[in-house]
Every structure is written in structure tokens, then in C-alpha cells.
Design a protein around this ligand. Structure first.
Ligand SMILES: Nc1ncnc2c1ncn2[C@@H]1O[C@H](COP(=O)(O)OP(=O)(O)OP(=O)(O)O)[C@@H](O)[C@H]1O
Ligand SMILES: [Mg+2]
Length: 229
């Protein structure tokens, strides 16, 4: 049997930011594999490169060196449209702030990415409605983002991120703006979704209580991804 492919594999990834003197080296030959179905916490102090790592993994930024494999596919040689297509189908991204479209309902926010991908309105609405119901928002489909609580907004953002059935979910402090109780609820919902769909997820968080509930914990030390001890 062929060996299983990582959902995400960073190989010798380097990322520098130019500065007036020497460049700021955020990632230095970082290696990291995320396996299908795994939910991994990324816990590291502010400024160590969590967002940078997630942006590189999510094809939002290119590494300065090294390779990013998504589902086994090397991504650095792809052109912009190839990267966009891969991002749209294979990767879901959740941010600290929901970034929902304010003029659109919860349902429409989850429909939209599917329409962009070419699904019919009926198919997209059906899937959006099922997803939001799974996320506990079956009674909130027609609410605008401004008519939802912070935890509800984040659950819609999670629904939007997975609307196109990606195999990889990247989340950058998805509960960072929420109180501890709501954080736990949103996280538990995300975890249930990941388990139900076999998603691989890498979740940056400063919340150690959440981190401990994930399959394993990694950190960034001197530009490398290492196990958190
Ligand atoms: N576009 C940029 N240009 C220059 N430097 C940057 C840029 N983006 C990030 N940095 C620097 O790179 C380092 C890593 O930033 P990053 O945002 O990845 O940290 P983080 O671990 O996500 O922190 P936080 O927990 O505060 O979100 C920081 O020192 C930051 O100042
Ligand atoms: Mg960050």
C-alpha cells in the first residue's frame, strides 16, 4: 500500500523580511508535516512567526526558499492562478477576526465561496445550510454578521472556510477575540467538524487549555518548527 501523503508538508522553508540592516529571519529551514485527520496546535510567543508560517502554508505568501507541499503537490512553481485555485479547493483559512461580508447573511457568506468555485445556487445553499446547522447555527442562517454574537460570527467564518471541502484548515488565533467560555465552545465545534470530515488542521493559539485538547503541540524556536515541551 502506498504511504499516506501529508496534508501539508513544509520542507526547509525560509522566510525573511527585509529590514534596513540585516533581514529579519522569521523561518530558517523549517520542516513540518501535518498528517490527514490531525489537529495540531501552534503555540509560540508573539512575534515568533506563527502568522508567517500559516500564511506561507496557506499559499498567501511565498517562502524565500524551500518548498510547501499541499496534499503532496509542490506549490512554489505554480503561477498565481494555480495557487489561487489550490487555495480555493484544498485550503480553508480562519482568522482572529471573522472577516465576514457585512451585507450578506450567514448563509450567503458560506454560499459565496462555493459559487465562486462554480457550484449551482441550490447545491451551494444546501451545503451551506447543512454546514451551519452542524455548527449549531441552524436558527441563524438569515442573520447578518452584525446580528450574530462573536462566537457565532467565528462559527460562520469556520463554515465559510470549509465550504468547499478543503482537506487542510489553517486557523490563526480563531478564538483570540472571544471570552474563555465562548472560546472553548467555538473550539469544540471546530474540533467536531474536523473529526467528522477528516480535516487536517493547524491552529495557532495562545490558549494552552485549547492547545492541550489537540493531537499534538508545536512551537517555533529560532525559526524552526519543533515539538512544544
Ligand atoms: N510584512 C512584514 N514585514 C516585516 N516584518 C514582518 C512582516 N510581517 C511580520 N513581520 C515580523 O516577523 C515576525 C513574525 O511575525 P508574525 O506575525 O508571524 O508573528 P506571530 O507569531 O504571529 O505573533 P502574534 O502572536 O503577535 O500574532 C515579527 O517580528 C514581525 O514583526
Ligand atoms: Mg500572529
Amino acid at each position: 500500500m502506498a504511504q499516506e501523503m501529508p496534508a501539508l508538508f513544509l520542507s526547509q522553508v525560509e522566510r525573511y523580511y527585509p529590514q534596513s540592516d540585516a533581514p529579519l529571519e522569521v523561518l530558517r529551514r523549517a520542516d513540518f508535516a501535518l498528517w490527514p485527520g490531525e489537529v495540531v496546535a501552534l503555540v509560540a510567543p508573539s512575534g515568533t512567526g506563527k502568522s508567517t508560517l500559516l500564511h506561507v502554508a496557506g499559499l498567501l505568501e511565498k517562502p524565500d526558499a524551500g518548498e510547501v507541499f499541499v496534499g503532496g503537490l509542490a506549490t512554489t512553481k505554480l503561477d498565481d492562478s494555480g495557487r489561487t485555485r489550490l487555495r480555493r479547493t484544498e485550503i480553508g483559512f480562519v482568522y482572529q477576526f471573522h472577516h465576514l461580508l457585512p451585507e450578506f447573511t450567514a448563509l450567503e457568506n458560506v454560499v459565496l465561496p462555493q459559487r465562486i468555485r462554480g457550484l449551482s445556487r441550490d447545491e451551494a445553499e444546501q451545503r451551506a445550510s447543512e454546514l451551519l446547522t452542524f455548527l449549531g447555527l441552524g436558527e441563524r442562517l438569515d442573520h447578518l454578521p452584525s446580528e450574530l454574537s462573536g462566537g457565532e460570527q467565528q462559527r460562520v467564518a469556520i463554515g465559510r472556510a470549509v465550504a468547499n471541502g478543503p482537506r487542510l484548515l489553517l486557523a490563526d488565533e480563531p478564538t483570540g477575540n472571544l471570552d474563555p467560555h465562548t472560546s472553548q465552545h467555538v473550539f469544540a465545534t471546530l474540533m467536531a467538524l474536523a473529526r467528522a470530515s477528516g480535516l487536517a488542521a493547524l491552529i495557532a493559539t495562545h490558549n494552552l487549555q485549547l492547545a492541550r485538547q489537540m493531537d499534538r503541540q508545536v512551537t517555533i524556536r529560532e525559526g524552526l518548527v519543533v515539538a512544544l515541551d
